[in-house]
Design a protein around this ligand. Structure first.
Ligand SMILES: Cc1cc2nc3c(=O)[nH]c(=O)nc-3n(C[C@H](O)[C@H](O)[C@H](O)COP(=O)(O)OP(=O)(O)OC[C@H]3O[C@@H](n4cnc5c(N)ncnc54)[C@H](O)[C@@H]3O)c2cc1C
Length: 450
């Protein structure tokens, strides 16, 4: 028996010893599941066999990535599949700067593998713990007005459909699947491999600087247009926002020194911040005063490889909601959220994050067909978030905003269908690839219908 086959046995043994042994929970700890088994296929053929076997028994199947979604997108009480053994780059097309990567690869590993090839992802989100498939399947994005989210960088993919069939697709092969299925929240099949458009490795010059929120909002479109990657974090109960501007550079590397970098990125942004959050959770009335001490008030500049600048460690756990709205609405929407927080007296110890992406042609991408701004709100783990998130969502609903598929929201299929012009094409593709709904779970029932 090979080591990878033994791997499958090990996961199954956990499941067979009792339901608790197969208990799964996500990173934020707000979603738990008791799958009947957790299996790790060692090849695409093995994956195909497992899906076909489950479908023939009428069991549900759900692929899970690194569990970094806040929604129950990856939860299942059927078979859970981890793609831990389907990792790494299988092909590099140097002429076209394209790489084929197995779907279970963590973005952090992909970044290192690409760098060793002199390549990089053109854009990334602010962590790299996710798997490639998990990130793409929920329309994960970074910031950059001229750049799309990760799904916009896919040029081909291979998935296993509901009957175990292996389906390859690109703009020329099974083009309907490619066209509509790049963001699928796990509802069309288990994705085994992607081909991604990447770029030659590059460096970024990072500039972090506090600005008055009103000044940021006054100049928001210029700031987003002037920098390759612009974002900001507004600190509720203060007038301040921490702005981050990352621009491509050919200058020499000038990274944060290791100790200073650890102190500022890991200690101040995680442990010290976490301590403030815990204090705020114990004594909420202190939050407005603690906000003025948030570890984000200084300015700093450094130059590093792009992937080291895009992603940071995230140790403090929280709950998050994020919506994409047409970019022209971002300033009024944020002003409305600020007024609502003041009016309702919410005490918030986490910043509100604002980012930008270019519109794309991926049917269920949150930026489909429109240049977008993203507004994300967070609440420290263990604190009540529902009333605040609902109030934020009510405001953003008025701006035609679309919720991130992996972050908390309260929208269901009927409403979501009005936000995506190609919704019916997606549902028709789902009927074609998974008519038996082998890949359904409570989340897909809610957001796509049964
Ligand atoms: C601290 C933190 C920071 C974050 N930062 C960002 C950010 O900067 N930008 C952003 O846009 N989002 C961000 N997110 C959200 C995150 O990128 C998404 O929720 C992403 O889906 C998580 O990837 P994952 O590998 O953990 O997938 P999971 O959460 O495990 O799964 C997500 C979905 O993908 C499906 N899936 C996973 N693997 C497969 C597969 N092989 N085939 C088919 N379906 C599959 C699952 O079934 C599920 O529906 C952040 C989340 C956290 C917790």
């Amino acid at each position: 028996m090979t080591a990878s086959m033994m791997g499958i046995q090990r996961y199954q043994a956990h499941a067979w010893k009792g339901r608790d042994m197969a208990r799964w929970k996500n990173w934020a700890g707000n979603q738990v599941a008791n799958p009947i088994s957790i299996q790790a296929p060692h090849s695409i053929e093995d994956l195909s066999r497992l899906v076909a076997e489950a479908a023939s028994r009428g069991e549900k199947v759900k692929a899970v990535g690194s569990g970094h979604s806040f929604t129950s997108a990856a939860a299942t009480d059927g078979r859970m599949l981890r793609l831990d053994k389907l990792t790494g780059i299988s092909h590099v097309d140097r002429g076209n700067n394209r790489v084929t990567v197995r779907a279970g690869t963590r973005l952090s590993d992909l970044n290192s593998l690409l760098h060793a090839e002199g390549l990089a992802m053109a854009n990334l989100g602010d962590i790299a713990y996710q798997t490639v498939a998990g990130a793409i399947s929920t329309s994960t994005h970074g910031t950059g007005k001229a750049l799309t989210g990760l799904a916009g960088q896919v040029t081909a993919m291979t998935l296993v459909a509901g009957d175990g069939r292996i389906v390859e697709c690109s703009s020329t092969v099974n083009a309907d699947v490619f066209d509509v299925g790049r963001v699928s929240v796990g509802a069309l099949g288990v994705i085994a491999e992607y081909t991604l458009q990447v770029v030659p490795a590059f460096r970024l010059h990072a500039m972090e600087q506090p600005m008055r929120l009103d000044d940021v909002l006054e100049n928001i479109h210029e700031l987003a247009a002037e920098h390759d990657h612009f974002e900001f974090f507004w600190i509720p109960h203060t007038k301040w926002a921490l702005t981050k501007r990352n621009n491509r550079t050919n200058d020499d590397l000038a990274p944060l020194p290791i100790v200073k970098g650890w102190v500022e990125k890991t200690f101040m942004e995680n442990y010290a911040f976490g301590a403030l959050c815990r204090l705020g959770r114990m004594r909420p009335s202190l939050i407005p005063r603690l906000a003025t001490a948030l570890p984000s008030s200084g300015s700093r500049e450094y130059i590093d490889q792009s992937y080291k600048i895009f992603a940071s460690p995230r140790i403090v756990r929280f709950y998050e909601m994020e919506h994409a709205l047409p970019v022209e609405h971002v300033a009024p929407a944020l002003r409305d959220i600020r007024s609502m927080i003041e009016r309702k007296g919410y005490l918030l110890n986490f910043p509100v994050e604002v980012r930008f992406t270019k519109g794309d042609d991926v049917a269920l991408s949150t930026a489909y067909g429109r240049d977008s701004a993203y507004i994300a709100v967070h609440v420290y783990k263990g604190m009540e978030y529902q009333p605040f998130f609902r109030d934020v969502e009510d405001i953003l609903r008025g701006y035609n905003a679309r919720p991130h598929w992996g972050k908390l929201h309260y929208r269901e299929a009927q409403e979501l269908s009005t936000l995506y012009p190609r919704w019916n094409d997606f549902i028709a593709l789902r009927d074609k690839l998974d008519p038996q709904r082998t890949f359904a779970n409570a989340y897909t029932d809610s957001v796509f219908g049964k």
